[in-house]
Design a protein. Sequence first.
Length: 244
Amino acid sequence: MPGHLLVKIGKARFSEPKKDLIPFVNDGEIDEFFNDIENVPHAFVLACLMTRQMKGERAWSIPFRIKEIIGSFRIDDLAGVPLEEYKKIFNENALHRFNDIMAGIFYCAVQDIKTKYSGDVSQIWRNRPSSAKVVYEFLRFKGSGKKIATMAANILARDFKIPFSDYYSIDISPDVHIIRVMERTGLVERNTGLDGIIYKARELNPEFPGIIDYSCWEIGRIWCRPQNPNCDECIIGSECKKVI
């Protein structure tokens, strides 16, 4: 069954040791910046909040670009930049598809990190928190939602190997790739909707539903393309129902 294979692959990846450098954008300097979660944890949080309706690598690069433009990434320095200046930076540098909106989200997040977390947003995932607490804290940020909040929690657990007390609340975070894979494998019917996909993942692995998230995304991006899917080389090709 494709679902069982996806869970098996996800569990194997989750048990792997942390990579020396998590490849967020496949650029050494930018990836090193985001991997320094001990010193600049807000870079990770701000990048997560930028991932909306644009290519992931470009969205993840936004905090690094702002660091270059401002000349600092200290939270006090970021918090001292007015909203109108952030809008100017986003628009003049075409940082996002929705520059004014995302400048506002960036500004509000910086203010929240300074005031609600005393400048240290790593409080969110410190001391083995429950997955529900981590997801909830990410949901508090303006512009966040279930998709961004569960994605952030999943990256912390899966890639950064941050220990949580449980993983029950880390759902799958459906995007176009994941939806396509879930439908073509026959795990869900076409047009099931996001909630249906989320609950199917919960059924497959209740203790950590999001464990299949990265594998589905990877399959959709590399092999299960919208046109001319490469089923022969797909890592679940032998189990997939190929509902194309």
